[in-house]
Design a protein around this ligand. Structure first.
Ligand code: GUN
Ligand code: FE
Length: 427
């Protein structure tokens, strides 16, 4: 057993359901006990020493120990074209994204980017992610292999597209189904890998492809399904013309078996009342991608949805402009302010950990400090830069102490990361 010492913040409730500061316990001199890659307990250091008298200790001083961040929606193949300038969604896809994704026909390139991407995540304190791949099955193998070699719990799937994409980035209904089924059989439940059925979004799938992937999901109900929903108004209008008989955007998924409790719907900004009702009724999750929504000019997500359904938080790289979940929490705060809702630091940290884990139906194994959960941890230096240090020195409580790091922190604030109990950086 190892005692990882520092300040410890542990949530025991959903800060959107109870007064936010009451949702977590803070131990200023605390420790997280780790054994065999899992969390064995947490609490005040004295109590932990009494409970684990043989434990070895690693001291992180007054750095803050949290569950590793969970990024609930990202595109690892867009790593090399992040921060591509001057376009809104559809032109951004056509001009920047699709040409880059075409390069993943080369498995060597896919392996290079997958490794680079996961190392960037770890440098930023993110220990789990749900990522889109490209249409190439090799892009999925490359990603799961890179994650396995780092022992990371990841969710990913082959991105399916059979229309409105270049020739070299199109599959068809049958091959999308069969390739996805093969990858699912190869990877789902292998170590910490989970396969996600992944139609990119309705504009790039024919009704036949959506139907085929809906059937695959019905046959594999333990899988998640991830896609995009109502990100930009031009996109919503385009979906109406492509699916004239659909009641709304969500119905293009619903009518093909692609709405369910294990569905993850990225963005979900421009929703109609029926869509909100249905997402809530079926227990689906929507994913807030704040840096992407401002970078691509999509709109302001309504965090009030957290009262009605599960909400994850995500970078959406490379539509998002940062790999950092700290930066992503800051953007979520700013978007909340623009909508008249100041999110509490407890809500931001919860969204980036347990909230995203709940969206992935994985809060029993990642995203919390609960006993038995994976020892995937991030250790944050709450004074990583002079600007942050001078501000947090005045803090009256842990929330004031952590908020400057949320707003102004980056990978310099990440003092250490543990994946399944193993330190990623040299101790
Ligand atoms: N909608 C369909 N594909 C994408 C993508 O790659 N990024 C974003 N942000 N939105 C999308
Ligand atoms: Fe996306």
């Amino acid at each position: 057993t190892t005692l990882i010492r520092g300040q410890v913040l542990a949530f025991h409730a959903d800060p959107f359901a109870v007064p936010a500061p009451d949702a977590a316990r803070h131990d200023a001199a605390g420790a997280v006990a780790v054994a065999h890659g899992r969390i064995a307990g947490h609490g005040p250091i004295d109590a932990m020493r009494a409970r684990f008298p043989q434990a070895v200790e690693i001291d992180h001083g007054d750095a803050l120990i949290l569950p590793g961040f969970v990024d609930a929606h990202a595109h690892y193949p867009q790593t090399a074209m992040i921060a591509s300038w001057g376009k809104r969604l559809i032109d951004w896809l056509n001009d920047y994204t699709f040409p880059e994704e075409a390069r993943f026909a080369d498995p060597g390139y896919a392996a290079t980017i997958a490794a680079r991407y996961l190392d960037l995540l770890l440098a930023n304190g993110t220990t789990s992610v749900a990522s889109f791949c490209t249409i190439h099955p090799g892009s999925v193998d490359a990603f799961f292999e890179a994650a396995a070699s780092r022992d990371m719990a990841v969710w990913a799937g082959k991105t399916c597209m059979d229309r409105n994409a270049p020739d070299n980035l199109r599959d068809d209904a049958q091959s999308a189904h069969d390739d996805s089924a093969q990858l699912l059989a190869r990877w789902h439940g292998q170590g910490r890998a989970e396969y996600v059925i992944t139609p990119r979004f309705s504009p790039t799938s024919t009704p036949e492809q959506l139907e085929a992937l809906g059937a695959l999901w019905a046959a594999n109900p333990s899988c998640l399904m991830q896609t995009h929903l109502s990100e930009q108004t031009d996109e919503v209008a385009w979906v109406k013309t492509l699916f004239p008989e659909a009641r709304d955007y969500l119905d293009t998924y619903e009518s093909h078996g692609l709405l369910g409790e294990r569905g993850l719907y990225g963005h979900a900004i421009h929703l109609e009342p029926r869509e909100i009702d249905r997402l809530g009724e079926v227990g689906a999750a929507v994913v807030h991608c704040p840096t992407s929504n401002s970078f691509i000019g999509s709109g302001l997500f309504d965090m009030g949805l957290a009262a009605r359904m599960r909400v994850g938080l995500a970078t959406d790289t490379g539509g998002g402009s940062s790999f950092s979940m700290l930066r992503t929490m800051a953007a979520a705060y700013e978007i909340g302010q623009l909508r008249g809702l100041a999110l509490h630091p407890a809500q931001l940290l919860w969204l980036a950990t347990e909230g995203s884990a709940r969206a992935l139906h994985a809060a029993d194994r990642i995203g919390t400090l609960s006993e038995g959960s994976a020892a995937d941890l991030v250790v944050l230096d709450l004074g990583a830069t002079p600007a942050i240090a001078q501000r947090s020195a005045r803090a009256a409580d842990i929330w004031e102490a952590v908020f400057p790091t949320i707003m102004m922190g980056d990978d310099r604030a990440v003092a250490q990361v543990y994946v399944a109990g193993r330190a990623v950086r040299p101790e």
